[in-house]
Ligand binder design. Structure first.
Ligand SMILES: Cc1ncc(COP(=O)(O)O)c(C=O)c1O
Length: 282
C-alpha cells in the first residue's frame, strides 16, 4: 500500500482520495484502466502502457486531456512522493459525473494508484497450471475496460474445477484468459497466439517480437484440435510473464509438463526488462 494516490492530477493522501458516488464508473461500470509493474522505482514499459491507455479512452469516448509525456510525469511524481520501489501501478479513467447518469461526462475522472503486487506462486511455473474453458468473448476486447464481471462471477466454478483461471472460446475458437493472453507451441515449432477477441497485451507484443528470433510466431485462430495437438501452452501478462499451462479442462497439453519455449521466453522478458531499466536511468 502507498501513502499517496493521484486524483485528477493532484497528489493526495490515500485516505483522502475520493470520487463522488455519482461517477459513471460506479453507476454503469463505465471505465478503462491500465496496469504496469514498478521495479527499482521505474514504471516498466510505461510508454506502451500509456499509449494503450490513451487508445482505450478514445475507443470508449472518454475525455482524456493528458499526453503520454504528461501521464508519465504524473506517474513519476507519485512514485517519488511515495518513495515507491516495487509493486504495481494502476491508472483508471472513468465516465465521470454524468449529466443524465448514462452518457460520459465532459470531464472524466482519473485516478493513479500504487499497489502491492504478488507474483504467481513459483510452483505454477515449475508445474504449470490448469485452465477451465468458458464460452464467452469480451465485447470491445481491444480496450482494457474495468469490466471483469464474467471471470469474477466464475470464481466458485474455477475452484471446483481446480483450475487457476478461465480460457475463453467463442465459435470454436480460443481467445484469451481473464487477465492474460494465450499462446500455444505447435509440433512444427511455430508459436501461435489468437488474433480475434483479444486485448493486445503489452507482454503479448513483447513476446511476439522477442520469440520471433527463435520461432516463427503467428497470430491466428486456435481451435480445440490445436489445443489437443499443441506441444506447449502458456499465458502472458504483465504480472505473470509467460506462465506455463499444462491442462485445459480434460485436455493434457504436450507431455503435461512446462515446456522449453515458456522457459526461454521468461529469460528473454527478464533480459529486456533489465535493459529497459538501465536505459531509463540514462
Ligand atoms: C483481458 C486481458 N487480456 C490480456 C491481458 C494481458 O495484458 P498485459 O500483457 O498488457 O498485462 C490482460 C491484463 O490485464 C487482460 O486483462
Amino acid at each position: 500500500m502507498s501513502n499517496y494516490f493521484c486524483v485528477n492530477g493532484k497528489i493526495v493522501l490515500a485516505k483522502n482520495a475520493k470520487l463522488q458516488v455519482t461517477d459513471l464508473g460506479l453507476i454503469r461500470g463505465y471505465g478503462i484502466f491500465d496496469f504496469l509493474k514498478v521495479e527499482n522505482g521505474i514504471p516498466l514499459f510505461i510508454e506502451d502502457h500509456m499509449i494503450r491507455f490513451q487508445n482505450s479512452a478514445i475507443s470508449m469516448g472518454l475525455n482524456m486531456s493528458y499526453t503520454v509525456e504528461e501521464l508519465k510525469f504524473l506517474v513519476m511524481k507519485l512514485i517519488a512522493k511515495n518513495e515507491f520501489k516495487k509493486g504495481g501501478m494502476k491508472i483508471i479513467l472513468t465516465g465521470g459525473y454524468s449529466d443524465n447518469g448514462y452518457l460520459p461526462a465532459k470531464e472524466s475522472n482519473m485516478v493513479i494508484l500504487l499497489t502491492d503486487l504478488k507474483p504467481p506462486a513459483k510452483r505454477n511455473y515449475s508445474k504449470g497450471i490448469k485452465l477451465m474453458l468458458h464460452e464467452h468473448f469480451r465485447h470491445t476486447a481491444v480496450v482494457k475496460t474495468t469490466n471483469y464481471i464474467e471471470p469474477i462471477r466464475l470464481a466458485g466454478e474455477l475452484k471446483k474445477a481446480k483450475a487457476v483461471d478461465v480460457l475463453y472460446y467463442w465459435d470454436g475458437k480460443i481467445s484469451e484468459s481473464a487477465r492474460s493472453n494465450f499462446f500455444i507451441v505447435k509440433k512444427d515449432n511455430t508459436i501461435v497466439t489468437p488474433i480475434n477477441h483479444v486485448l493486445k497485451g503489452i507482454t503479448r507484443n513483447r513476446i511476439m517480437s522477442l520469440a520471433s528470433e527463435h520461432y516463427e510466431v503467428i497470430e491466428k485462430d486456435i481451435t480445440f484440435l490445436d489445443l489437443k495437438n499443441a506441444t506447449e501452452a502458456f499465458l502472458s501478462s504483465t504480472t505473470k510473464g509467460a506462465l506455463p499451462v499444462v491442462q485445459i479442462d480434460d485436455i493434457k497439453i504436450g507431455n503435461g509438463k512446462p515446456g522449453k519455449a515458456s522457459l526461454l521466453i521468461n529469460e528473454l522478458l527478464k533480459k529486456q526488462g533489465k535493459k529497459y531499466k538501465s536505459n531509463f536511468m540514462k
